[in-house]
Design a protein around this ligand. Sequence first.
Ligand code: GLP
Length: 237
Amino acid sequence: MQVDCFPTAQEAARHVAKILIDTVQAHPATVLGLATGRTMVPVYAEICDMAPTSFGDAVMFGLDEYLGLGAGDPGSFHSYLERQFYDHLNPPPRLRCLPDGRACAPVHEAARYEDAIRANGGIGLQLLGLGGNGHIGFNEPGTAFDSRTRVVSLSQATRAANAGQIPGGNVPHKAITMGIGTIRASRRCVLLATGAAKAAAVNHMMHGPVDPSCPASALRLHDDVLVVLDDAASSQL
Ligand code: GLP
Protein backbone atom coordinates (compact mmCIF):
# COMPACT_ATOMS: atom_id res chain seq x y z
CA MET A 1 0.00 0.00 0.00
CA GLN A 2 1.40 3.36 -0.98
CA VAL A 3 0.22 6.37 1.06
CA ASP A 4 0.10 9.98 -0.16
CA CYS A 5 -0.80 12.50 2.53
CA PHE A 6 -1.84 16.15 2.10
CA PRO A 7 -2.48 18.95 4.58
CA THR A 8 -6.09 19.48 3.50
CA ALA A 9 -9.00 17.47 2.12
CA GLN A 10 -9.13 19.72 -0.94
CA GLU A 11 -5.50 19.01 -1.84
CA ALA A 12 -6.05 15.28 -1.34
CA ALA A 13 -9.12 15.41 -3.60
CA ARG A 14 -7.20 17.34 -6.26
CA HIS A 15 -4.47 14.68 -6.22
CA VAL A 16 -7.05 11.94 -6.78
CA ALA A 17 -8.74 13.95 -9.54
CA LYS A 18 -5.40 14.30 -11.34
CA ILE A 19 -4.80 10.55 -11.09
CA LEU A 20 -8.17 9.83 -12.71
CA ILE A 21 -7.59 12.39 -15.46
CA ASP A 22 -4.06 11.13 -16.16
CA THR A 23 -5.33 7.55 -16.30
CA VAL A 24 -8.07 8.42 -18.78
CA GLN A 25 -5.67 10.48 -20.88
CA ALA A 26 -3.14 7.64 -21.02
CA HIS A 27 -5.83 4.98 -21.62
CA PRO A 28 -8.96 6.66 -23.02
CA ALA A 29 -10.96 3.41 -22.98
CA THR A 30 -10.10 2.58 -19.40
CA VAL A 31 -12.76 1.05 -17.16
CA LEU A 32 -13.32 3.15 -14.05
CA GLY A 33 -15.00 2.16 -10.80
CA LEU A 34 -16.59 5.20 -9.17
CA ALA A 35 -17.36 5.81 -5.51
CA THR A 36 -19.91 8.19 -4.05
CA GLY A 37 -20.25 9.86 -0.64
CA ARG A 38 -19.26 13.26 0.73
CA THR A 39 -15.54 12.52 0.42
CA MET A 40 -15.80 12.28 -3.36
CA VAL A 41 -17.71 15.53 -3.97
CA PRO A 42 -14.53 17.65 -4.29
CA VAL A 43 -12.89 14.97 -6.48
CA TYR A 44 -15.67 15.20 -9.07
CA ALA A 45 -15.71 19.01 -8.81
CA GLU A 46 -11.96 19.10 -9.48
CA ILE A 47 -12.29 16.78 -12.47
CA CYS A 48 -15.08 18.93 -13.90
CA ASP A 49 -12.83 21.99 -13.48
CA MET A 50 -9.76 20.35 -14.98
CA ALA A 51 -11.42 18.34 -17.78
CA PRO A 52 -14.58 20.33 -18.44
CA THR A 53 -15.57 18.92 -21.81
CA SER A 54 -14.55 15.32 -22.07
CA PHE A 55 -13.55 12.38 -20.00
CA GLY A 56 -12.40 10.08 -22.76
CA ASP A 57 -14.28 6.94 -23.61
CA ALA A 58 -14.02 5.56 -20.11
CA VAL A 59 -16.74 3.13 -19.09
CA MET A 60 -17.77 4.02 -15.54
CA PHE A 61 -19.16 1.51 -13.06
CA GLY A 62 -20.59 2.84 -9.80
CA LEU A 63 -19.67 0.86 -6.71
CA ASP A 64 -23.12 0.52 -5.21
CA GLU A 65 -26.74 1.66 -5.10
CA TYR A 66 -29.49 1.64 -2.51
CA LEU A 67 -32.22 -0.91 -3.01
CA GLY A 68 -35.51 0.83 -3.74
CA LEU A 69 -33.93 4.05 -5.04
CA GLY A 70 -33.47 4.79 -8.71
CA ALA A 71 -32.37 7.49 -11.10
CA GLY A 72 -35.27 9.79 -10.18
CA ASP A 73 -34.68 9.66 -6.42
CA PRO A 74 -32.48 12.50 -5.14
CA GLY A 75 -30.92 10.23 -2.49
CA SER A 76 -29.83 7.56 -4.97
CA PHE A 77 -26.24 7.18 -6.10
CA HIS A 78 -27.59 7.41 -9.64
CA SER A 79 -28.67 10.98 -9.05
CA TYR A 80 -25.52 11.73 -7.01
CA LEU A 81 -23.33 10.80 -9.99
CA GLU A 82 -25.57 12.71 -12.39
CA ARG A 83 -25.39 15.85 -10.24
CA GLN A 84 -21.73 15.73 -9.25
CA PHE A 85 -20.23 14.41 -12.44
CA TYR A 86 -22.23 13.35 -15.48
CA ASP A 87 -24.26 16.55 -15.88
CA HIS A 88 -20.96 18.41 -16.34
CA LEU A 89 -19.04 15.97 -18.50
CA ASN A 90 -21.94 14.46 -20.43
CA PRO A 91 -20.58 11.00 -21.09
CA PRO A 92 -22.86 9.01 -23.41
CA PRO A 93 -25.36 6.93 -21.42
CA ARG A 94 -23.73 3.66 -22.60
CA LEU A 95 -20.65 4.59 -20.51
CA ARG A 96 -22.62 5.17 -17.28
CA CYS A 97 -23.21 1.94 -15.40
CA LEU A 98 -24.81 1.41 -11.99
CA PRO A 99 -26.87 -1.34 -10.46
CA ASP A 100 -30.58 -0.61 -10.79
CA GLY A 101 -31.83 -0.17 -7.24
CA ARG A 102 -35.39 -0.49 -8.47
CA ALA A 103 -34.94 -3.76 -10.33
CA CYS A 104 -37.80 -6.13 -9.53
CA ALA A 105 -35.32 -9.00 -9.14
CA PRO A 106 -32.39 -7.46 -7.21
CA VAL A 107 -30.46 -10.73 -6.89
CA HIS A 108 -30.48 -11.11 -10.66
CA GLU A 109 -29.64 -7.45 -11.08
CA ALA A 110 -26.54 -7.91 -8.91
CA ALA A 111 -25.43 -10.91 -10.98
CA ARG A 112 -26.08 -8.99 -14.20
CA TYR A 113 -23.90 -6.13 -12.92
CA GLU A 114 -21.02 -8.42 -11.99
CA ASP A 115 -21.26 -9.99 -15.47
CA ALA A 116 -21.25 -6.53 -17.09
CA ILE A 117 -18.04 -5.63 -15.26
CA ARG A 118 -16.45 -8.89 -16.42
CA ALA A 119 -17.68 -8.38 -19.99
CA ASN A 120 -15.88 -5.02 -20.04
CA GLY A 121 -12.61 -6.70 -19.03
CA GLY A 122 -12.84 -5.85 -15.31
CA ILE A 123 -12.21 -2.55 -13.55
CA GLY A 124 -8.93 -0.84 -14.47
CA LEU A 125 -8.97 1.85 -11.78
CA GLN A 126 -11.28 1.61 -8.79
CA LEU A 127 -11.91 4.73 -6.74
CA LEU A 128 -12.90 4.00 -3.13
CA GLY A 129 -14.04 5.90 -0.08
CA LEU A 130 -13.93 4.49 3.43
CA GLY A 131 -16.77 4.03 5.89
CA GLY A 132 -16.22 4.97 9.53
CA ASN A 133 -16.59 1.26 10.36
CA GLY A 134 -14.04 0.27 7.70
CA HIS A 135 -16.51 -0.57 4.94
CA ILE A 136 -15.69 -0.17 1.26
CA GLY A 137 -18.59 0.04 -1.17
CA PHE A 138 -21.36 -1.25 1.06
CA ASN A 139 -19.33 -4.23 2.27
CA GLU A 140 -19.92 -4.10 5.99
CA PRO A 141 -17.71 -5.68 8.68
CA GLY A 142 -17.97 -9.47 8.43
CA THR A 143 -17.99 -9.53 4.60
CA ALA A 144 -16.03 -12.39 3.03
CA PHE A 145 -13.01 -11.23 1.07
CA ASP A 146 -14.08 -13.25 -2.01
CA SER A 147 -17.61 -11.76 -2.13
CA ARG A 148 -18.95 -10.53 -5.47
CA THR A 149 -21.65 -8.03 -6.42
CA ARG A 150 -24.75 -8.87 -4.40
CA VAL A 151 -27.61 -7.61 -2.25
CA VAL A 152 -26.50 -6.61 1.26
CA SER A 153 -28.09 -5.33 4.48
CA LEU A 154 -26.76 -2.04 5.78
CA SER A 155 -25.63 -1.68 9.38
CA GLN A 156 -27.30 0.81 11.68
CA ALA A 157 -23.99 2.74 11.83
CA THR A 158 -23.84 3.09 8.05
CA ARG A 159 -27.50 4.08 7.78
CA ALA A 160 -27.00 6.73 10.47
CA ALA A 161 -23.81 8.04 8.82
CA ASN A 162 -25.57 8.42 5.46
CA ALA A 163 -28.89 9.82 6.72
CA GLY A 164 -27.87 13.39 5.89
CA GLN A 165 -27.42 12.43 2.24
CA ILE A 166 -31.02 11.34 1.72
CA PRO A 167 -33.94 13.78 1.79
CA GLY A 168 -35.99 12.98 4.91
CA GLY A 169 -33.14 10.84 6.27
CA ASN A 170 -34.95 7.67 5.25
CA VAL A 171 -31.96 5.46 4.39
CA PRO A 172 -32.91 2.12 2.80
CA HIS A 173 -32.04 -1.02 4.73
CA LYS A 174 -30.49 -2.77 1.74
CA ALA A 175 -28.24 -2.06 -1.20
CA ILE A 176 -26.52 -3.70 -4.15
CA THR A 177 -22.75 -3.42 -3.89
CA MET A 178 -19.69 -4.67 -5.71
CA GLY A 179 -18.13 -7.29 -3.44
CA ILE A 180 -14.70 -7.27 -1.87
CA GLY A 181 -13.67 -9.91 -4.43
CA THR A 182 -14.96 -7.66 -7.24
CA ILE A 183 -12.95 -4.74 -5.86
CA ARG A 184 -9.84 -6.88 -5.37
CA ALA A 185 -10.04 -7.94 -9.02
CA SER A 186 -9.54 -4.29 -10.09
CA ARG A 187 -6.10 -3.68 -11.53
CA ARG A 188 -5.55 -0.57 -9.40
CA CYS A 189 -7.38 0.87 -6.37
CA VAL A 190 -7.21 4.46 -5.15
CA LEU A 191 -8.80 4.99 -1.73
CA LEU A 192 -9.46 8.51 -0.50
CA ALA A 193 -10.22 9.20 3.17
CA THR A 194 -10.42 12.65 4.69
CA GLY A 195 -11.39 14.07 8.07
CA ALA A 196 -10.81 13.00 11.67
CA ALA A 197 -13.91 10.76 11.64
CA LYS A 198 -12.03 8.37 9.34
CA ALA A 199 -8.76 8.28 11.33
CA ALA A 200 -9.55 5.13 13.34
CA ALA A 201 -10.75 3.24 10.25
CA VAL A 202 -7.62 4.30 8.34
CA ASN A 203 -5.44 3.00 11.16
CA HIS A 204 -7.37 -0.28 11.32
CA MET A 205 -7.19 -0.68 7.53
CA MET A 206 -3.43 -0.18 7.46
CA HIS A 207 -2.22 -1.64 10.76
CA GLY A 208 -4.98 -3.83 12.16
CA PRO A 209 -5.47 -7.50 11.35
CA VAL A 210 -6.23 -8.35 7.73
CA ASP A 211 -9.64 -9.85 8.33
CA PRO A 212 -13.33 -9.15 7.69
CA SER A 213 -13.71 -7.11 10.90
CA CYS A 214 -12.30 -4.30 8.73
CA PRO A 215 -13.39 -4.86 5.11
CA ALA A 216 -10.88 -2.28 3.85
CA SER A 217 -8.00 -4.34 5.29
CA ALA A 218 -8.57 -6.67 2.29
CA LEU A 219 -6.82 -4.01 0.22
CA ARG A 220 -3.53 -5.04 1.88
CA LEU A 221 -3.81 -8.26 -0.15
CA HIS A 222 -3.81 -6.22 -3.38
CA ASP A 223 -0.52 -5.25 -4.96
CA ASP A 224 -1.50 -1.87 -6.43
CA VAL A 225 -3.32 0.29 -3.89
CA LEU A 226 -2.81 3.99 -3.33
CA VAL A 227 -4.25 5.48 -0.13
CA VAL A 228 -4.72 9.26 -0.27
CA LEU A 229 -5.28 11.02 3.04
CA ASP A 230 -5.47 14.45 4.55
CA ASP A 231 -3.70 15.21 7.82
CA ALA A 232 -6.84 14.64 9.89
CA ALA A 233 -7.49 11.16 8.46
CA SER A 234 -3.84 10.18 8.99
CA SER A 235 -3.73 11.42 12.59
CA GLN A 236 -3.83 7.93 14.16
CA LEU A 237 -1.16 6.38 11.95
C1 GLP B 1 -20.95 5.09 1.81
C2 GLP B 1 -20.66 4.48 0.43
C3 GLP B 1 -19.21 4.29 0.26
C4 GLP B 1 -18.51 5.55 0.72
C5 GLP B 1 -18.58 5.62 2.21
C6 GLP B 1 -18.03 6.92 2.80
O1 GLP B 1 -21.74 4.29 2.60
N1 GLP B 1 -21.33 3.25 0.15
O2 GLP B 1 -18.91 3.98 -1.09
O3 GLP B 1 -17.17 5.51 0.35
O4 GLP B 1 -19.87 5.36 2.67
O5 GLP B 1 -18.93 7.96 2.62
P1 GLP B 1 -18.57 9.47 2.95
O6 GLP B 1 -17.55 9.88 1.96
O7 GLP B 1 -19.87 10.21 2.80
O8 GLP B 1 -18.05 9.49 4.35
